[in-house]
Design a protein around this ligand. Sequence first.
Ligand code: NAD
Length: 495
Amino acid sequence: MVATAPETTAGKAEAGWFDRFLDDWNPGSGEPKEVREPATGQPLLTRRLSTLEDVARAAAAAAAAQPAWAETNYLERVRILRRAADIYEAHRDEFGTWTQRETGAVFNKMHHESNFAYQEILNAATLPSQPLGSLMPSAQQERMSIVRRVPIGVIGAITPWNSPSVLGMRVVAPALALGNAVVLKPDPQTPACGGAMFAAVFRDAGLPEGLLQIVLGGAEVGEAIVTDPNVRAVSFTGSTAAGRRVGTLAGGLLKKVSLELGGNNAFVVLDDADVDAAASAGAYSAFQFQGQVCFAAGRHIVHRSVAKDYIDALVEKAARLRLGDPYREEVDLGPIVNEKQLARVDGIVRRSVDGGARLAVGGTHEGLFYRPTVLADVTTGLPAWTDEIFGPVAPVVVFDTDEEALRLANDSEYGLAGAVYSGSTSRGLAFAQQIRSGMVHVNDQTVNDEAIIPFGGMGASGNGGRFGGAANWDEFTQWQWVTVRDTPKSFPKPY
Ligand code: NAD
């Protein structure tokens, strides 16, 4: 097992607290797995994956630790979460370095992700002091009737590689705050920023032993978490295909399962929109982090009268974006995460061009560095329209009437995010409210998140689960009805 500490280049600090933690961090006992830096292809870190026995051990240890944690004074849980927030904040640059190197994120994306992850912990620290339930009226007046929230037990958390710290933190922090234990499995590409970071932060925050277990591995390890009898609920973020499998397994075992899945998000530009502002937002939400974002703008639906100006502006912006190694150079876009994903993005672009789309810019790549791409003359049967691309590609479809635009916006099995640009707030709002998506914005881009907002999708983007704010209570607790009588009730004869 070799941990290669981040180099001291590009103004990065010498290996510090987190790297020392990583040196000794070995959660798995299976086959070694090497992580390569997408930008350079160089080995970054090697760790053993978890075996199925490791998963069972982790889940059993979490289940053993959880009841005492659920009984722990709420102030102690607040204290630990606040400490975790401080530790995260103090070391966010170190975590950010690993995020950049493991995922190929540019500085701005990494910075936003760290902010969101920090906000998730701060918000979770408020949960233990909130009311647990209600004193209810009862038709049987001589009894006291209480409904209260109780922890679920052990939560299995499975996260993707694209934003591992925030997508993990939105489960780990509130689940722990509300008295649960967690078994977390990051993607095999991100063991450090998606796994070790959590272990380091919560260890130093004083979280009692056993409550947070990290396991490493792919689909097989993920399925072992889902089916483990000690895991009572599953929180999965990833592709719709894997989510269907997780949902099927969890459903068969009658487990609560929350699925946050893919998106193919509509970005609508009405005829009265500020086209420059719309193109700036459209380019940002299509290209930033190489388009590898679940709520990226995947379908640009633009009124015919402004379509040429919009496409010209997108092309001009796409051509200006600088590609390179985001850890060592000041660039706007980094690499696609791996060859498989690159081939997928390129395949969708090629098949769409073969089917009649016009390549306005891009469509080429050097190694994993894919040029931001604008596709014009897109029609609704093409893969660039129907599929989640998860790459820096902006397909543009033109419409003539608002009714047509709305039909196009809702022409997707997904329903994660959406955006509408209009010069009239009331017109934009009226349009936005008819888009079938879990999140929708007027005169803003699609990539928006806040820890206090219930984040989630509709349709094939999820199964109704939500993260954040009040929704955390629904995700990470279950209801219990408790009644109490001073005098035992008497029942009619023959009872
Ligand atoms: P993926 O589904 O391949 O992998 C996600 C995680 O699931 C990984 O940890 C992986 O190892 C694990 N996994 C894969 N198959 C599994 C199985 N059968 N059982 C259990 N675990 C399994 O997704 P990806 O390609 O890594 O991530 C990109 C996808 O995630 C995109 O579709 C994107 O839209 C989606 N995503 C959604 C959100 C959201 O909040 N809705 C956020 C980020 C990413």
